[in-house]
Ligand binder design. Structure first.
Ligand SMILES: Cc1ncc(COP(=O)(O)O)c(C=O)c1O
Length: 366
């Protein structure tokens, strides 16, 4: 029996190999490798696709998050509200600026539970940082109205949901600044590390461009303290190609997800739900099982690789021990961390492989 890998990036590359290679060669032959024409072109094509005014290319989604928090002037003594089941990078975006994350439980769609946000707001709260986990958006309409009411910034973490929508409005368009990762496995992936910030605000755009370039607009004139985080020309050129196939890829994963939703019929497994009005892009197909380790071993025995996103929530991560949380503080988050298991879902996955995954799940005995 052939094995089904969790992901095979090579297949996505093979589908458009010539275009990717031509783009990379064009960048190589240009003789200009950082902050050049390729990045400017991709910044405008990605921001235009998203319907936002400004795109600022950086080195990773992590750097995008760190700079978003910094550009909004959030630092020591300030609090940022974030869901407790966030990926660690989203929380690091806050703590790398010396600010404090305030965790709120997720809802049944794995996004921040908007009904629990107001109870976490106090005079130190500066922003809400919703993480659109697995490819589905948080309840941005409710979150935006809470933010307006309490005069808070909103930073969207869109690392897993390029092209996802809520009532026809794209992820990344609901906030002051939104952050994207182009890590190779993402719905739009580079062939290395890359990330981007989007904003409609001219002053944030200007500040973010300075922050990614040592704090300068003009080389060697350092107006603020920044860092070096620039998307390189080769990644920008490659991403320009990938952007043309983003929707096609989102559609293929949605097709696979629909088969999983229709054909997985094992009461030991909880399937993902779609929020009303949401267009899910299924970056990750997250199911849950009480006996997660047993299911994972069973899948492995059936030749199907799975992963867990994520086994240790930030509040229980050793790096945040100083925040003083303990097991039991966020029971929904902890249950998700104990039960979540991600099934293979990627561009280039064959229908036979999808069938193998379905058969493997359905043959798991409680
Ligand atoms: C939700 C989320 N936020 C942030 C990041 C960080 O992105 P990057 O890996 O590009 O630093 C990732 C990706 O790993 C992610 O999944």
């Amino acid at each position: 029996m052939n094995n089904v890998s969790f992901t095979v990036l090579k297949r996505q590359f093979d589908l458009h190999q010539n275009e990717y290679e031509n783009a990379a060669i064009r960048a190589l032959r240009s003789g200009w490798y950082v902050l050049g024409k390729e990045l400017r072109t991709f910044e405008s094509s990605f921001s235009e696709y998203m319907g936002m005014k400004f795109g600022i290319g950086v080195n990773s989604g992590q750097d995008a998050l760190i700079l978003a928090v910094r550009a909004l002037g959030i630092g020591p003594g300030d609090e940022v509200i974030i869901q407790a089941n966030a990926y660690i990078a989203s929380v690091l975006g806050i703590t790398e600026n010396g600010a404090t994350p305030v965790f709120v439980e997720p809802d049944q769609f794995y996004g921040i539970d908007a009904d629990k946000i107001e109870a976490a707001i106090n005079s130190r709260t500066k922003a809400i940082l919703p993480v659109h986990l697995y490819g589905q958006m948080c309840d941005m309409e409710k979150i935006s109205s809470i933010a307006r009411k309490h005069n808070l910034f909103v930073i969207e973490d869109c690392a897993q949901c390029h092209g996802a929508m809520l009532h026809g409005k794209k992820a990344g368009t609901y906030s002051d600044i939104s952050c994207f990762s182009f890590y190779p496995t993402k719905p739009l992936g580079a062939m290395g590390d890359a990330g981007m910030l989007l904003t409609n605000d001219n002053s944030y755009d200007e500040k973010l461009r300075m922050l990614r370039f040592y704090g300068s607009k003009v080389k060697y004139v350092n107006e603020i303290t920044g860092i070096n985080t620039r998307m390189d020309e080769i990644q920008a050129a490659i991403l320009g190609v990938g952007l043309q196939y983003l929707e096609e890829g989102n559609q293929r994963r949605t097709q696979i997800a629909q088969r999983y939703l229709d054909e997985i019929s094992n009461s030991a497994v909880i399937l993902p739900q779609v929020r009303t009005g949401c267009t899910h892009v299924y970056h990750i197909f997250a199911v849950r099982a009480r006996k997660r380790e047993m299911l994972q071993r069973h899948m492995e025995a059936c030749g199907v690789q799975t992963q867990v996103h994520y086994p240790i929530p930030p509040h229980l991560s050793p790096c945040y021990a100083e925040l003083g949380y303990k097991r039991g503080d966020f029971p929904i988050t902890e249950m998700y961390a104990d039960e979540e298991i991600s099934l293979p879902i990627y561009v280039g996955m064959t229908d036979e492989e999808v069938s193998m995954v379905i058969e493997a799940v359905n043959s798991f005995e409680k």
